[in-house]
Design a binder for this molecule. Structure first.
Ligand code: PHB
Length: 393
């Protein structure tokens, strides 16, 4: 073989490899999953990812001719600087097409400017401070907002004879949002907020606050703490300091009675009324399919919760949008496809508000009961079509 032919053959082979590589890249949609996978909030990332895997178990890993690939990154907890750096690396080094995940508000807030600068869609699967979706036109949320849940809780409480409330919330976005929305609605109905206290995000010592609440003798305490050590400690102190015996009820958003922690809380959680967008006890074929897929994809070590549904529905939104764009992840086309999208979620029908890119959904009122030997949030009332009131004037 003369040199010329060999050179041409080499060139043809190289072109072939290049063509294959391009075709491969074109045939993939890369999701950069940013979540809390270690530290005290490790369950957040774990549940979100488990929900995503459950969706892919049912619907496969290919949509609109594209293979879905997930690159997982750990923020290690509430760490905005880490989250931002990870997002930058995912976009520039790993060439991800869509940023997904986000259990905690500070991590989502830190990544918003990266989505804007790079025009990459960013799907919020949990973080629930109202303002997040206003921080970039490339953000959409499938989970919930705290005001969306706290406002119906205030309405239910007032209707059910609760007149004086003490508020205890975590001292960051979702807690402050929960307090503002609850207090605004409760006061407008005639209720009194006796006092309120803000607990540091990084300080799980809640017992001393509980004593103050007992001394103030309200009808109820309305609370939001991020699920985990703090909510378990809250329930323990509520029981040990005798608030229930003193006739002080707990009312909360469903973050308190997160199913993945209910077993750890045990019987003191029985009877607690909360407002929330998702309960594992929700009676629908879609929820049954989700619960089955969750176990098939992840085993039974964890009990699914609302964050897992956030991951599941986030994938549903991505699949539906990709079908509409015929596989394109162009930021503007993809966001246009998400606006107004309806998803038959395990929680019921949800919609991405075309104006705010935030989720519109039914909020349920539930009570913790023992069902078939397990503690469950049993839904008994509902507030349909709830938009995020945090964005209403
Ligand atoms: C948040 O940080 O936005 C957050 C964390 C846990 C929740 C809800 C919201 O349960």
């Amino acid at each position: 073989m003369n040199r010329n032919i060999r050179w041409r053959q080499g060139l043809a082979a190289a072109a072939c490899v290049l063509a294959f590589a391009t075709a491969h890249a074109e045939g993939t949609v890369k999701l950069g999953l940013i979540g809390e996978f270690s530290g005290p909030f490790a369950d957040y990332g774990g549940q979100i990812y488990a929900g995503m895997k459950a969706y892919m178990k049912v619907h496969g890993d290919t949509v609109a001719g594209k293979k879905i690939e997930i690159i997982q990154k750990d923020t290690t907890g509430p760490a905005p600087d880490v989250a931002k750096r990870l997002a930058q690396e995912l976009v520039t080094r790993d060439n991800v097409d869509i940023l997904v995940g986000f259990g905690l508000t500070p991590n989502a807030m830190a990544v918003a400017p990266v989505a804007t600068e790079t025009k990459k869609p960013m799907i919020i699967m949990n973080a629930a401070t109202s303002i997040i979706t206003t921080k970039s036109p490339y953000i959409a949320r499938v989970s919930m907002t705290l005001p969306q849940n706290a406002q119906p809780m205030a309405q239910w409480a007032w209707k059910n004879g609760i007149k004086r409330v003490y508020i205890l919330v975590s001292d960051y976005g979702p807690g402050l949002d929960a307090e503002a929305a609850f207090a605004k609605m409760f006061k407008s109905l005639g209720g009194t907020v006796v006092d309120s206290v803000h607990v540091p995000l990084k300080n799980p010592e809640v017992a001393p606050y509980i004593q103050r609440i007992k001394d103030a003798k309200p009808d109820a305490v309305f609370m939001f703490l991020p699920p985990g050590e703090q909510t378990i400690a809250f329930m323990k102190a509520y029981k040990e300091r005798g608030l229930a015996d003193a006739g002080i009820k707990v009312i909360a958003t469903g973050d308190l009675t997160d199913e993945s922690l209910l077993d750890a809380m045990g019987d003191p959680a029985l009877g607690i009324v909360t407002s929330f967008h998702y309960s594992t006890a929700h009676d629908s074929p879609e929820n049954k399919a989700f619960l089955k897929a969750y176990v098939e994809a992840n085993g039974t070590k964890m009990r699914p919760n609302f964050m897992a549904v956030g991951g599941y529905d986030g994938m549903a939104a991505i699949y539906a949008a990709l079908q509409k764009t015929k596989g394109s992840t162009d930021g503007d086309a993809f966001m246009a496809a998400l606006k107004g999208l309806k998803i038959d979620s395990p929680r019921g029908m949800i919609m991405i508000d075309p104006e705010t890119r935030d989720v519109v959904q039914t909020i349920y009122i539930r009570k913790v009961e023992r069902v078939g030997g397990k503690l469950e949030n049993v839904e008994f009332d509902k507030f349909p079509d709830q938009k995020d009131p945090g964005k209403q004037p």
